[in-house]
Structures are given as structure tokens and as C-alpha cells.
Ligand binder design. Structure first.
Ligand SMILES: C[S@@+](CC[C@H](N)C(=O)[O-])C[C@H]1O[C@@H](n2cnc3c(N)ncnc32)[C@H](O)[C@@H]1O
Length: 489
């Protein structure tokens, strides 16, 4: 069934409390920290009207901009991460399913065989998976034609020689990736793409990019994102899951394919998966999603002034939001709806580095507002609080007197919340209340460390003199709090 505009309108607070899982186009690409659409939708609908201006200065995957445009609001989206801007532009200008699948078929005709030749087995069948233990291939899987069951094969010298023939492959289409020493995500400065992908995988990714380059515009972007979204499964970071489903006394020998979750780990027992298969399976997912999504092309203005002089569309800036907010007029924004980095919970730019290197985009790591474990980055809590206070200062200035400021936030320690003090101390804003968000979305990866929090809060703020919010409307929500001190860490 086609999703229409109306599927996303008329959300109630009950929908906000019981959000749906991300599906289709919303779950196609991983980006960490996606927030439930119902809450975004509800506040846009209740507290803004057509052509009001909404801003999200920490855009991420771009769903806030997308929701705003679907409801005919004008929207400004800012993010430091070039990947975020690409993903948002993708959402706002989807290719037609027909042109997309035809491009995939053309790419298949040009390079599938060439890619498959790098996975050829001695018996002329094609490997789908190589199970590696450290630096040696332990087992190879291939599929029987038209059968679901896999054939498990012992590797021979033929397979090892084929693999070795791609050693020291020189990557042509992907820029060097830059990593920091960050034990939390297992990255280090001398790390290269070859620590994450086999040279055979890099050669095949290069072949795919050669083809993608033949397209342009929205179609090319969708093809690149198909590649970035399948790159995790193409890497050597895919876990082999052993012993799942074992009964109390019996050990299960069954091995399953896991997925890359967070970080740059190459587990001792890991998979190398056929790159073409990874790309094709992601392409099928996007094709299905495109078939089930109504397409609208939204106006993307090339500068802020154009947006202010029109009644529709959005402006997207790949910039440090503190610099960009500075250019926005006082008292001009009806809704600030945003989800900034939550202190040290997710290293956004560092984790996106592979996607950005595939997209050939450069990243200003030094401007990221984050607390990072990476030694070389010098991103400490004090700088974070300082930058977040500057951000609140800008919101105070640009928010209309009857505007609303919604902040999605949570942090594991009290110190990371300190910037909120500036609201009461040095702004015209006031905190009205907050409630914890329920997630049903499996795509929401927040923090998998011990003590990591499952929920985020949605904090509601407005100008002190404004009566725009009726707090009692929210008081029935489980976990509703009226004072920040009531938030439990
Ligand atoms: C929590 S994520 C937003 C996720 C978003 N809610 C979504 O649906 O995907 C925070 C974002 O802030 C961005 N960011 C970090 N520092 C920034 C800065 N100085 N200016 C603009 N964006 C920044 C990160 O790149 C990241 O995309």
C-alpha cells in the first residue's frame, strides 16, 4: 500500500507514547539516534501552521526536515556530517522505483559476472560467504541454485590463491579514511580501509562505484546510499554467531551470520560476504521501499535568504550549527525541534567515516559538538557544555515569542546536563516539562555500554512570557516530569 501524506498526519499523544517501528524508506539506511516520527509529527502539527519555519540544527538522517516539508512548513536543516545532508537530500528527492531498478539491472549486467569471478570456487560455483578465523579461511558457503540450503565447503589452495590474487589492491574510488585512537569503537590512527575490508571486497566496491558514477542526480545519490548502507555487511566486521539455540546439554554447531553493530571491530571469527550479494539485497530493500512510498520532490533553496523570501521548501547546510545559527534573524523560528549529540553516547562522525570516504566527502571533525574517547580529538565535557550553552543562546535569540523549543536528550551523567542550567539562568526561555520516549524502532542504536540508557527524554521549552504550551495536556504521559531534577539517570 502506498504511504500517503495523511498516514503521517493527525498523530495523537497516544501515538507519541506508542510509536511504530521504522519501516520502508525510514529503515533503509542506518543512522544512529533516529527519533520516533510520531513525536516529531505531533509537535509540528499542534504547534505550527503552514509556512511557519522549523529548524533542526542537528539533522542526522533528516526525518525532521522531511516531516516538516510533508506538512508544508518551511524547514532549515543543519548538520556537520556531510552524510547527513546526502541522506536528507535522498529523502527529499527519491528516484522512481522504475528508474532505480533499471539502473540496478544495468549495473548487474555490467559487473555481476566480473564480481562473481572473484568468488569462484574450484567446482565453478560461486561463494556467498567465507568464514574467517583470524587470517585464515575456515569454511566457504555457497548456495545451490533454487535451493535455500547452503553448501559448506572446506577451503583449498585454489580459494586461497584466488584471494591472494587481490592482495595489495590499489583502491581507486574511495578516499583514504581517517581514524582516531578510540578504544571505545576500536579505531586507531594507523588504521586503513584494508583493516576493515578485504582487498577483494575493496576491488569489488570499486567496480560498483565505477558504475554508479555513470548516473547523476537523485538516482546516483540513491545508488551511492545503497552502497554505503550495505558497506557494513561487505566488511570484515560481520560477526559469526555460534551456539545460538543450544539446548542445556547439547552444543549447537550451527553458525549464523551476525551484523555489524557499532565500532570497527574485526572479530576473530568473522565473515567475508560476497559484495555483489550484499549490494543486491540492499537494492531490493530500497526498491520495495520506493514502491511503497509516495514521491514528492521538495524545493531545496540554495541559501537562507531564498527560504525567508518564499512560502515553501527547505534550506540545508552542511556546517557547524553554531556558525549557521548565527546567520538566522532574531525572532524568526516557530519550532526548534532537534536531537543534538548526547555527550559521549554515539561517536557520529567517527562511525560515519567509511560512508563519507565512499561518498568522497570531507569531514570537519574539529567542529563536532561531542564528548569523545578519541585522545587526539580533545573533545572534553567542558567544551561540550560550552558549545551546548552557545547553542541554547542562539535558540533563545531566534525563537519567536510564541515558539516552542523541543530537545531530544539524555546523558548518562549529571555533568553532561549542565548546559540546561543556562536556560533558567541566562535566557528568556523556561523549561516546561519532559517525558521519556518509548522506542519500538530496532534501528535506534543509542548506547550499548553498561549503564547506557534505553530511553531519551523529550524536553519542552518556550519563552517565559508565552502561554503557547498547556503543560497539563502532557501530565498523563507515563514518566512526565515538571522539573529537571526529577530526571532519573
Ligand atoms: C543525535 S544525532 C541526530 C540524529 C537525528 N535525530 C536522526 O534522526 O538521525 C546528532 C547529530 O548532530 C550532528 N552534529 C554534531 N556536531 C554538530 C555541529 N557542530 N553542528 C551541526 N551538527 C552537528 C552530528 O553529525 C549528528 O548527525
Amino acid at each position: 500500500m502506498q504511504q500517503t501524506l495523511f498516514d503521517f498526519e493527525q498523530k495523537t499523544l497516544d501515538d507519541v507514547i506508542n510509536p511504530d517501528t521504522y519501516k520502508g524508506i525510514y529503515s533503509f539506511h542506518k543512522y544512529w539516534g533516529k527519533k520516533p516520527l510520531e513525536s516529531i509529527n505531533y509537535f509540528i502539527q499542534q504547534y505550527t501552521t503552514e509556512s511557519d519555519i522549523i529548524i533542526d540544527p542537528f539533522l542526522g538522517s533528516g526525518f525532521i526536515v522531511h516531516e516538516g516539508l510533508r506538512m508544508n512548513r518551511r524547514v532549515i536543516g543543519i548538520d556537520l556530517n556531510p552524510f547527513s545532508i546526502e541522506h536528507t537530500q535522498f529523502l527529499l528527492d527519491l528516484p522512481s522505483p522504475k528508474e532505480y531498478i533499471s539502473a540496478i539491472k544495468n549495473i548487474e549486467a555490467s559487473i555481476k559476472e566480473k564480481t562473481y569471478s572473484s568468488y569462484m570456487l574450484e567446482n565453478n560455483t560461486i561463494a556467498s560467504h567465507y568464514l574467517w578465523e583470524g587470517d585464515s579461511i575456515k569454511q566457504i558457503w555457497s548456495k545451490q541454485e533454487n535451493k535455500r540450503t547452503r553448501i559448506e565447503i572446506e577451503p583449498t589452495d585454489f580459494d586461497r590463491n584466488l584471494f591472494n590474487s587481490y592482495r595489495n589492491y590499489n583502491v581507486r574510488n574511495i578516499r583514504d579514511a581517517h581514524f582516531f585512537t578510540n578504544s571505545r569503537i576500536n579505531s586507531y590512527t594507523t588504521m586503513t580501509l584494508s583493516d576493515i575490508f578485504t582487498d577483494r571486497a575493496l576491488r569489488n566496491i570499486d567496480l560498483i562505484i565505477d558504475e554508479i558514477k555513470k548516473y547523476s542526480g537523485a538516482l546516483q545519490r540513491a545508488l551511492y546510499l545503497t552502497l554505503t548502507s550495505s558497506s557494513g555487511q561487505m566488511s570484515s566486521m560481520v560477526f559469526a554467531i555460534t551456539n545460538r539455540g543450544k539446548t542445556q546439554n547439547k552444543k549447537s554447531e550451527k553458525i549464523e551470520v551476525g551484523s555489524w553493530v557499532i565500532g570497527f571491530w574485526r572479530p576473530e571469527l568473522h565473515f567475508e560476504i560476497n559484495v555483489w550479494n550484499c549490494f543486491e539485497s540492499r537494492a531490493k530493500k530500497l526498491y520495495n521501499a520506493l514502491q511503497n512510498t509516495s514521491r514528492e520532490k521538495y524545493k531545496i533553496h540554495s541559501n537562507l535568504s531564498q527560504l525567508f523570501h518564499s512560502t515553501a521548501g527547505c534550506y540545508l547546510a552542511n556546517n557547524n550549527c553554531l556558525d549557521e545559527l548565527n546567520t538566522i534573524p532574531d525572532n524568526s523560528i516557530k519550532l526548534v525541534c532537534t536531537d543534538p549529540p548526547h555527550s559521549d553516547r554515539i561517536p557520529y562522525l567517527e562511525l560515519s567515516e567509511i560512508w563519507n570516504s565512499i561518498l568522497n566527502k570531507n569531514v570537519s571533525f574539529e567542529k563536532e559538538i561531542i564528548v569523545s574517547n578519541a585522545k587526539e580529538r580533545n573533545k572534553k565535557k567542558d567544551n561540550y557544555i560550552n558549545d551546548m550553552e552557545k547553542f541554547i543562546g542562539e535558540v533563545n535569540r531566534i525563537l519567536k515569542t510564541d515558539g516552542i523549543f523541543l530537545l531530544y536528550f539524555n546523558a548518562r551523567d549529571k555533568e553532561s546536563w549542565k548546559f540546561m542550567k543556562i536556560i533558567e539562568k541566562a535566557s528568556d526561555l523556561e523549561f516546561c516539562g519532559a517525558f521519556p520516549l518509548e522506542y519500538s524502532a530496532t534501528s535506534v542504536v543509542q548506547d550499548n555500554r553498561k549503564g547506557g540508557m534505553k530511553n531519551d527524554y523529550i524536553l519542552l521549552m518556550k519563552h517565559k512570557k508565552s502561554k503557547v504550551l498547556n503543560e497539563s495536556e502532557f501530565s498523563f504521559i507515563p514518566g512526565w516530569i515538571e522539573k529537571l531534577t526529577e530526571i532519573t539517570l
